[in-house]
Design a protein around this ligand. Structure first.
Ligand code: IDP
Ligand code: MG
Length: 153
C-alpha cells in the first residue's frame, strides 16, 4: 500500500497527569489506526531538544522543553493509510482555543502550552521522531488485525 504511513503520537505530561491516556488511545483505536509501538518514559532535556529542535529560538521554546520533561509521557507509533494526516486531524489545531469540537484538543484542552498530545506533522517528521523514541526492535508493524478488511478495502 503506497500510502501506508506511521506517525508518532505522544500523550504529553498534562495528558498523563490528567488520566487521559486511555481516552487518547481509544480515539485512535476506534478510528481504525493500528498501534505498532508504545512505551511510557520520562523525556530527558536532550531528547526534548532533539524532538523540538525546529522550535529552538522561539519565545515558547524553553517553556516547551520544560513542559515535556516535567513528568512522564506515553509515546506511541500508529500505522495506517494516511496515518499522519488522520492523526493530526483527530488531534486538532495546536491552540485548543481554535481546535474544532470533536478533536482531542478541542474536547479536552484549553491552552496552547498544555495541549495534551503530540502528533507528527509529516511522514518525514514521523520517521525522524519515531527514531528519537523507539528502537526498530520495539515496533511491531506486521501484526495482523483480524478485522483489517473491515477498515480498509
Ligand atoms: P503541534 O504540536 O500542533 O505540531 P507546533 O507548532 O509544532 O504544534 O508546536 C509544538 C508545541 O509547542 C505545541 O504542541 C505546544 O505544546 C507548544 N507551543 C507552540 N506554540 C506555542 C505558544 O505560542 N505558546 C506556548 N506553547 C506553544
Ligand atoms: Mg509540530
Amino acid at each position: 500500500m503506497a500510502d501506508l504511513q506511521r506517525t508518532f503520537v505522544a500523550v504529553k505530561p498534562d495528558g498523563v497527569q490528567r488520566g487521559l491516556v486511555g481516552e487518547v488511545i481509544s480515539r485512535f483505536e476506534k478510528r481504525g489506526l493500528k498501534l505498532i509501538g508504545m512505551k511510557m518514559l520520562h523525556v530527558s532535556k536532550s531528547m526534548a531538544e532533539t524532538h523540538y529542535g525546529e522550535h529552538k529560538g522561539k519565545p515558547f521554546y524553553d517553556g516547551l522543553v520544560n513542559y515535556i520533561t516535567l513528568s512522564p509521557i506515553v509515546a506511541m507509533v500508529w500505522q495506517g493509510k494516511d496515518a499522519v494526516l488522520l492523526a493530526r486531524n483527530a488531534i486538532g489545531a495546536t491552540n485548543p482555543g481554535a481546535a474544532a469540537p470533536g478533536t482531542i484538543r478541542g474536547d479536552l484542552a484549553v491552552e496552547i502550552g498544555r495541549n495534551i498530545v503530540h502528533g507528527s506533522d509529516s511522514p518525514e517528521s514521523a520517521e525522524r521522531e519515531i527514531k528519537i523514541f523507539f528502537q526498530d526492535s520495539e515496533l511491531l508493524p506486521d501484526w495482523k488485525r483480524t478485522h483489517q478488511n473491515w477498515i480498509s478495502e
